[in-house]
Design a binder for this molecule. Structure first.
Ligand SMILES: [Zn+2]
Length: 155
């Protein structure tokens, strides 16, 4: 059983519909209705058409076998107008992120989001030293000794 038949959210169905009607985040549509938007494709194609996104845009090639499963030669009429084609189209759109505003999947895996404390930046900050020393001048020589000690560990 293909996962595409069930459990799809409305957002993906929306993109499928936009693709079938030609109303979506593609240059072809912008050219007609949103003149301020770029109409070219990130790959360099001058006008990003629906057919280009489905059949040619290199970024989506890893997902294109999904479409070929329904239409060996990627015939637009088959992909957009038959049950198998639309099922394949749905899976392709879901996995590739095609026809989103960014052209990428909406929820890609994210790296852990944390910001380690940058102690080097703190040590270069005068206010940090004033806090530590109660406002007296910092001892530059001491800093140099610390660095020397660290280097010594590696020698
Ligand atoms: Zn392209």
């Amino acid at each position: 059983m293909k996962e595409t038949k069930y459990g799809l959210n409305r957002e993906v169905f929306g993109r499928v519909t936009q693709c079938r009607t030609g109303h979506g985040f593609i240059g072809e549509y912008y050219k007609r209705f949103v003149p301020d938007e770029n109409v070219d494709c990130p790959c360099g194609e001058a006008l990003q058409t629906r057919e280009h996104v489905l059949c040619d845009y290199p970024i989506y090639e890893p997902h294109r076998d999904i479409l070929r499963g329904a239409s060996e030669n990627l015939e637009m009429l088959e992909l957009l107008g038959t049950k198998d084609g639309i099922e394949a189209l749905t899976e392709f759109i879901q996995k590739s992120g095609a026809f989103t505003k960014t052209g990428k999947p909406l929820h890609p895996p994210q790296p852990p989001n944390y910001q380690p404390l940058d102690e080097t930046a703190l040590m270069l900050n005068d206010e940090y030293w004033e806090d530590l020393t109660g406002g007296s001048e910092r001892d530059v020589v001491t800093q140099g000794e610390v660095v020397d000690d660290e280097l010594g560990d590696f020698g």
